[in-house]
Design a protein around this ligand. Sequence first.
Ligand code: SF4
Length: 640
Amino acid sequence: MGFADEVEIALDEVVAAMPGGGEARSGQRVMARAVAETIAQGGHLVVQAGTGTGKTLAYLLAAAMSGRKTVVATYTKALQDQMVEADLPMVGRHIRSSTGRDFSFAVVKGWSNYLCLERVDEVRTSMRQGQLDGMVEQASGEEVDRVMAWAETTPTGDRGDLDFDPAPSTWGALSVSSDECLGPSDCPFAGSCFPLMARRRAAEADVTVANHALYAIDLAIGGFVLGDHDLVVLDEAHQLEESFTEAFGFRLTGGRLRWLANLAVRVLGRDDRVGKVRELGGQLVADMRSHGAARVHTGEAAGLNETLGLAESRIEALLAAVVGAADGEEELTRRRKRLIRSGRSLLEDIQTARLHLSGPSALDLVAWIEMEDGRQPILKVVPVEVGPVLEENLWARRTAILTSATLPMNIVDRLGLTGFDPRTENVGSPFDYEQQTLLYCASHLASPSSDRDTWMAGALDELEALIVAAGGRTLALFTSYDAVDQAGEHLRDRLDLPMLVQGERPPKMLLEEFTAIEESCLLATRKFWQGIDVPGPALTLVAVNRLPFPSPNEYLVKTWSELADPAGWWKVELPIGATRLAQAAGRLVRKATDQGVVAVLDPRLAGSSYRSKFLDALPPMARTTDREEAERFLRRLRDR
Ligand code: SF4
């Protein structure tokens, strides 16, 4: 009997032992076998497993039975929680009972998710001496007290274990990034340090769970964070290219300069050199605002580049002063070391940004300014391509399983996997989409690309009629905030149903209300297009206002598209749009008894030359362009 047979039998046993019993689904078996065969033979596997397959259990079981040290990286925390609370304990019980072998798993997060005991000590010392620690000046005193009290008892130091959500300024004052950490050889608290303990647990665990960003950072720094492993499972792989690209890049903000000045003032006091770095924080923000949210091309943005040049020389002067200062008490020495580490990291990023902006440079980077939360400008600088890095540091070194419910059709090419000839599988979904769902396209509307106003007016009327037929229970997804607001206003004027509109309350609260109030409608943008899991009658209509192509301010995607020319739009933007629509449609059926309609209020789904790319990415739903048929379907569900 081969390894794949053993895994399939074990899968049956594990599923039968689940509460309520049952049998492994056919797609789940195919997936478990494919993962087992890939582990046994080497190479890579790219597997699409639709909603409801039970893919997590399939790959975790195969990985655990192989005895290979495994890292699983996901995009969302929700999937990590599901693994830790349900799948991994189940797999562990099976391994222990069937082999007598122990099995352990660990979750590792980014450095700044953990409390830093060195910072806690420093703040406590300042308080004892009746001084105000410069780093907590911006933080809420009450929150700092609560976190300090928690520090006495927490076994993990993990921010997620706190019973309240501290403001970023509070948490930032009591945690450090990996750049600011003194490191095990210089820190007196290294023996009980929370992030170091989390890494030690990961090094000993059979399976370590992390997120995409942390996995990318680990690749970039040679495995220091997650340690040696033989196998990696990259779940929610449709997000890999974007999340790895962001993690391989860096961001410059006015806040980083001010933060460095705050660190420096505790070492050098009110030194003129500190003030000069601090004032550049404001100048950098002003330069970014005057450039506006847009790509920053090489040779452009002279003012911004000049400010970065000044920042470079002032930080160098600051660091020279700190390096040259005599050692003082132990605490001052620690502050100096932290300041030097942070300063060098910031300096390196500024120098790279300047090289790119001054150009021409050999660095394949793309830079743009965006407004975080619509207000704070950030300069983002990222590599244009992640494929070459992954080829060298990942695909050539260990077996990888890439999986998702919706995989872009060009993922193998985009991630530099083509030369490694990966095995590809699509194990489908156990749900009967043909019977349970209806895909409706409003083909009679004007095209949004040629007559936006006429289309929008028609789309809103269409949405209103469908919501009435569904009795609320609608997730309406839009490609812009403006469209969300317009729809909110239109629907509130006409319908007596609870309308939950993104931006009016925190996302978590909106989702809780949407799940709890069956007749409610949730109107939202792309932030809500994945990770929403609302099974049952609270969701029977998913409406998408227009085909979700990348918007003009997705600068990274636009750069990929330019570089892929000729036909960059077909090669890059079209597959992304198709994957996004499939993700939106995937919100509808979350369990075997769910039914409903996916309504696309964009006639291009029915009449464009590229419609098949979108339709092929969707589950095999029954289709119609007759609104009356869609309304009948919804009314039947509403009135049952
Ligand atoms: S090792 Fe780093 S993170 Fe840990 S306590 Fe020391 S400075 Fe903080």
